[in-house]
Every structure is written in structure tokens, then in C-alpha cells.
Design a protein around this ligand. Structure first.
Ligand code: ZN
Length: 304
């Protein structure tokens, strides 16, 4: 297991949902199996979104059911409404991420509702989750900036986080959905969240649209994040956010963390091999640098 930081690979969900090539269920499962074999502890394996809007996730049931049989991983799924929750629970999901976007425009695009309406609709889902033995977490998309509305008031983001926690969320994740954050924003929100929500896991999900993804992840680690999302190879995009690029590459993130003396439990060679395989599968280059440059040490350099 990790040394204080939990890594969640979102390649099988965020990483592929915007890809033009439709992957088969078998290919998605091969990706998940390879990540599990590399020691990835948490994997976001699918989203139960409408196949009309996210066609790549049309086989979420099948992928989730098979992924949940893989030992050693926490298979996490993403849900946007009660229909998605029903499907996830029927498939046997125990770890479900609910998502709301911080701004009106982004949430309209994501969920066809205002954020307050989405949050109100989540209330009964929290009730049900208690009976269903399901752990719910709350992801706040566009926590650091919105492609349609620009700057986002951190108070608004923290209010949504507080509502998730009040309802019973075990974790809140602040997502830089389109890659607009700079490191001090990450630090500030984490410091406030740590103080305002003691005992709750805090996660950070960043995209590399403006090349600050790893700097933001570094800031998150230094400010005490519990969970870091990334996607192997740096694959990804967002069907609802123009110009958004992939998540930070998990390969490069693991290299950085191990170099910082943080034990991730991930086998970097296996991860890099998975990344190269994944790149061939998608038939286009992925942004991760480590598979190109190669790991440069067997054990991390000593820190002074
Ligand atoms: Zn994302």
C-alpha cells in the first residue's frame, strides 16, 4: 500500500471517454488488469453515464462486473444521477463517486441542471447508500476554473464540499477538470479543506492542459492530499469541456513521488510497459514523458 498517498488511476474512465476509437470491453479489462498487476491500488473503472452522451462507457456494467473480480484493487465508478446510481449498485459497486460542477454552465453541460439541483438530487442517494453499504465520495468538477465562466470562487467550491460531507461523503475530490489551476490555488483549497473538514479524505484530480499538472500534484502532496488521481500515459480529455487535455500522466507522477521518498507500491517498469501498450491501443501518442525517457534509477536518489 502507499505511504500516505493513495493513487487512483482514472485511465479506464477519464482516460478513454473522449477517445474516438471505441475500445472493446475486453480491451478495457486488459488495461485494468495490467494496472492492477502494476500495483495500482485504486482504479476508476467506468462511469455509469448515459451512453447517449458518453458512448465509450456504454458497457460500464460488463466492465465493472469483471473488474470487481480482480483482486487487490478498489474498483471505483462515477455516477451523475440516481439512474447511474441504480445501475452501479445493480452491478455490485461499493465505491461510487458522485460529481457536481462548481459553476452553473458547466453543471448544465455535465448534468443538465444547476449545481444546487444536482446536490438536492444527491441527498436521497446518500440515504440509500447507507442501506446499500456503498461508500459515496463527492467530486467537485471545475474547482479551480471553468472554461465557460472563468475564475471560480473558492467559497462556492468549499460550500459544495461541505454539503457533500454533511450528506455523508467519505471523501471530497477537487477536480481541475480543464487544467486551469496553478499550484497556490491547490495549496489554499487543501489547507482550508484540511481545517474545515477534519477526518475526511481529500483528493485532487488535475489535468495537464496548461502543463502545470505535475506542479499542481506536487503542491497537493505538500499540502497533505490523501488521494491523487492520474491517468496512465496522461490519456484523457473531457466531452463537455473544449480544449481540455488529459489527466496528469500516472507514469510521471509515480516517478516524482518515488523520487520524493513516497512509497507508492506501484511497479514503475510494469506501469511504463502498460502505458506503451495503451498508447498502441489508442493509436496515437500519449503525453507521458517517462515511457519516452525511461526511468533513470532503480531506487530513488537519496534526499539530503
Ligand atoms: Zn478529469
Amino acid at each position: 500500500m502507499s505511504d500516505g498517498i493513495i493513487l487512483c488511476d482514472v485511465a479506464p474512465r477519464d482516460g478513454i471517454q473522449n477517445e474516438k476509437i471505441m475500445l472493446s470491453s475486453a480491451q478495457k479489462l486488459e488495461l485494468i488488469r495490467r494496472l492492477a498487476a502494476a500495483g495500482m491500488p485504486w482504479i476508476e473503472v467506468a462511469s455509469f453515464a448515459s451512453p447517449k452522451w458518453v458512448p465509450q462507457m456504454a458497457d460500464a456494467e460488463e466492465v465493472f462486473r469483471a473488474a470487481s473480480q480482480i483482486p487487490g484493487i478498489r474498483p471505483i465508478v462515477l455516477v451523475l444521477n440516481d439512474r447511474g446510481y441504480d445501475r452501479a449498485v445493480a452491478a455490485g459497486a461499493h465505491y461510487i463517486r458522485l460529481v457536481v460542477a462548481s459553476t452553473d454552465t458547466m453543471n448544465q453541460k455535465n448534468a443538465n441542471a444547476l449545481p444546487e439541483v444536482t446536490m438536492a438530487a444527491y441527498r436521497p442517494i446518500f440515504e440509500r447508500a447507507r442501506r446499500d453499504n456503498v461508500e459515496l465520495t463527492g467530486t467537485i468538477a471545475t474547482s479551480f476554473g471553468c472554461p465557460f465562466e472563468g475564475a471560480v470562487d473558492p467559497d462556492r467550491v468549499l460550500r459544495l464540499a461541505a454539503q457533500f460531507i454533511e450528506a455523508g461523503a467519505a471523501e471530497v475530490d477537487f477536480a481541475d477538470t480543464v487544467g486551469m489551476a496553478v499550484p497556490p490555488q491547490i495549496e489554499r483549497i487543501l489547507m482550508r479543506a484540511r481545517k474545515e473538514f477534519p477526518g475526511v479524505r481529500i483528493g485532487i484530480h488535475v489535468h495537464n492542459t496548461r502543463n502545470l499538472g505535475l506542479a499542481n500534484a506536487y503542491a497537493a502532496v505538500r499540502a497533505g492530499a490523501d488521494v491523487l488521481d492520474a491517468s496512465t500515459g496522461g490519456a484523457g480529455g473531457c466531452p463537455f469541456a473544449p480544449k481540455a487535455t488529459g489527466n496528469i500522466p500516472m507514469d510521471d507522477l509515480v516517478f516524482m513521488l518515488e523520487g520524493m521518498g513516497i512509497k507508492t507500491g506501484v511497479d514503475l517498469d510494469k506501469l511504463v510497459a502498460t502505458s506503451r501498450w495503451f498508447e498502441e491501443l489508442l493509436e496515437h501518442p500519449l503525453p507521458a514523458m517517462l515511457p519516452k525517457a525511461g526511468p533513470c534509477w532503480d531506487s530513488p536518489p537519496p534526499l539530503a
